[in-house]
Design a protein around this ligand. Structure first.
Ligand SMILES: Nc1ncnc2c1ncn2[C@@H]1O[C@H](COP(=O)(O)OP(=O)(O)OP(=O)(O)O)[C@@H](O)[C@H]1O
Length: 609
């Protein structure tokens, strides 16, 4: 074995050990079943030797076979086969339980870890890769449990078989003992050439799933931009590479398989050649030759089973490395044990906060981009504060910081004076809610999308829908609250989805409600009604709203104006208009856009009349 193959074998065995420790009982059952099979196979050889000696040879000599002889032969062979079958059934069932239980456990862990890891980690990992980690990689890691119990159990068979061979005839046993090392060596060479090829195929399988996922996700862009051909070509390119890698794996297997198959057959032929000569010179009984020839052919199987395990081990290592990278991913948010007060509007503060994103370029080089520079924002309890700033100025990043979806690199973020890093897990989300730019709908009913499984009454749901100005359209839906919205809310318009997402936040009566451009798809009049409704219904709520419309901005008690990740100014709309040139320019543009839209709407009305 090469120098670098040894640690990899040791590593893969260590990984297998991890799996065994998770399902020791089922694994022990599987090995026991396999051992029964191994022992019975060897005993079958003895049974064949015995019936040859005691029943077949006399029958051949007599030139006729009696009913009793036939029945005895049948009873011995059938008994041995039955016990073999029992061993196989136990091993298969228990190995299945071992493999699927361990894989299911790891799938759950990977998924739990995804949900635990902060947004900053998710920013760096495409969802196709996550799918592949939770699925193909977990499978690749634990597939080894299919052949492993058999390989371990039949080791017993190998030892017992060799002992039996030596007992039957030492000369012929020497032939056997040459066959098995040759077979094992051929298997080792086979595994060494397979290992890199199998690793590459596994890596490419993950890549195919990543590209496929991205293509399906981007279906709308691809179709609307007429990029079907290019996207199909991109997918084809990666699948071709996978195809080539799999063909390479098949070719290697195809080259070795005949050699590995041929070795025991050559051994059996050698035993028959030497054996018949020995029988002819009267040195050996025919039964002994039959027994040893049978042993060589059946013992080739355990050696092959060991080969299958060795064949699976490279995939185990590749799969494990990818799964383990997720499980060991750092950056999990640490939680404290502070509780936030259960009700009443909360005061939210950011003090001298810096935040940087990790960026990975085409060449895989990591760097950091500082998006937020020394920002301090105070949102007094019960107030409505608007965040205003040009595109890319850091507004969404600030909302993420406010709700501790990410932690600042420097400075701190508090709710009612408690540093969010000290709050217990789940504490922040139980008192604060975010309605993000991109709304997500589950393929569930309207009710399910609002309650998210919590126990709210229909009255509460309708009240939240009313604040979100969604009650009219929901009551007009065919099944009202029970209407299914389709995958990602496909059966709803963008504005309707936003209003359901808003109702989802409102029903929780949060102490802090953060709206990140959450009403962009509803028309200004409805938006005005929503914000007025929020103010009326939410004396117990503080609202931080990322605003793009004059109507939203003028409703706020205070406006914070940001540019390039820095707070440039804050105050009332009038104050900022008077003293902040950047703000003035931006809101003038918003006002102009609103006026143009109103003019178009008026024209359309005129045409209709
Ligand atoms: N996941 C990310 N990785 C790297 N950089 C990011 C990431 N998300 C945002 N940025 C960068 O951080 C800066 C602030 O982005 P942010 O989304 O907070 O701006 P914004 O003011 O909300 O923009 P918009 O008004 O367009 O929604 C931008 O320059 C953006 O390119």
């Amino acid at each position: 074995m090469s120098v670098d193959a040894a640690p990899s074998l040791r590593r893969s065995l260590a990984i297998v050990g991890v799996g065994i420790r998770r399902e020791p009982r089922w694994f022990a059952f599987a090995v026991a079943g396999s051992t029964l099979y191994g022992v019975m196979t060897v005993l079958t050889a003895s049974a064949i030797g015995k019936v040859t000696r005691e029943q077949i040879q006399p029958a051949v000599k007599a030139g006729a076979v009696t009913g009793t002889q036939l029945a005895t032969i049948f009873a011995w062979v059938a008994g041995a086969v039955l016990l073999n079958v029992v061993g196989v059934v136990i091993r298969r069932i228990a190995a299945g339980y071992t493999m699927y239980n361990v894989a299911a456990g790891y799938r759950r862990e990977v998924t739990r870890q995804y949900l635990r890891l902060p947004l900053s980690w998710h920013h760096r990992h495409p969802s196709g890769q996550l799918l592949s980690n939770a699925n193909a990689d977990v499978e690749a890691t634990w597939n080894v449990f299919a052949p492993l119990p058999m390989a371990l159990g039949v080791l017993v068979m190998l030892v017992a078989g060799i002992v039996q061979m030596v007992l039957v005839d030492p000369v012929m046993a020497v032939i056997g003992l040459t066959v098995f090392p040759a077979l094992f060596l051929a298997n080792l060479v086979f595994q060494r050439s397979m290992s890199p090829r199998v690793s590459r195929a596994q890596q490419l399988r993950a890549e195919v799933s990543e590209v496929a996922h991205e293509s399906f996700e981007a279906a709308l862009v691809v179709k609307s931009m007429g990029r079907e051909q290019q996207e199909a070509a991109r997918f084809e390119e990666v699948t071709r590479r996978l195809q080539a890698a799999n063909v390479e794996v098949g070719r290697t297997r195809g080259t070795f398989d005949p050699v590995i198959e041929a070795i025991p057959t050559i051994g059996t032929l050698a035993v028959l050649a030497v054996g018949t000569h020995q029988v002819a010179v009267g040195a050996l009984q025919p039964a002994a030759v039959v027994q040893v020839a049978y042993l060589i052919s059946v013992l080739a199987f355990p050696v092959r089973a060991l080969g299958w395990v060795l064949g699976e081990l490279p995939r185990t290592v590749v799969g494990w490395d990818r799964v383990d990278a997720v499980l060991k991913a750092r950056g999990e948010l640490a939680f404290g044990d502070e509780e936030l007060k259960p009700s009443g509007a909360a005061r939210s503060r950011l003090s001298s906060v810096d935040y940087s994103y990790d960026i990975v370029d085409e060449a895989g080089q990591e760097s950091r981009f500082q998006a937020i520079h020394g920002v301090s924002i105070d949102v007094p309890a019960g107030s409505t504060v608007a965040l205003v700033g040009p595109t890319g100025s850091g507004k969404s990043t600030l909302t993420n910081l406010t709700l501790r979806l990410v932690d600042p690199d420097r400075g701190d973020v508090t709710l009612d004076g408690t540093d969010l890093r000290q709050v217990a897990r789940g504490g922040v989300s139980s008192v604060a809610a975010l309605v993000p730019q991109q709304t997500f709908m589950f393929d569930d009913t309207v009710r399910g999308n609002i309650t998210l499984g919590l126990d709210y009454t229909d009255e509460q749901v309708w009240a939240a829908l009313e604040v979100a100005q969604a009650h009219t359209f929901v009551s007009a839906l065919p099944a009202g609250l029970d209407t299914r919205v389709g995958e990602r809310g496909a059966s709803l318009s963008g504005g309707q989805r936003q209003r359901i997402a808003l109702a989802r936040a409102v029903i929780r009566t949060p102490q802090l409600l953060v709206l990140d451009d959450a009403t962009s798809a509803v028309d200004p009049a409805v938006e005005q009604a929503i914000l007025a409704g929020l103010r009326r219904s939410s004396s117990g709520t503080t609202v931080l709203v990322v605003a793009y419309r004059m109507s939203t901005i003028t409703l706020a008690d205070e406006i914070v104006y940001v540019e390039q990740g820095r707070v440039v100014d804050h105050g009332t709309h009038r104050e900022l208009q008077a003293r902040c040139a950047g703000y003035e320019r931006l809101v003038t543009a918003y006002a102009r856009e609103a006026a143009e839209r109103a003019a178009v709407a008026a024209d359309e009305e005129e045409v209709v009349r």
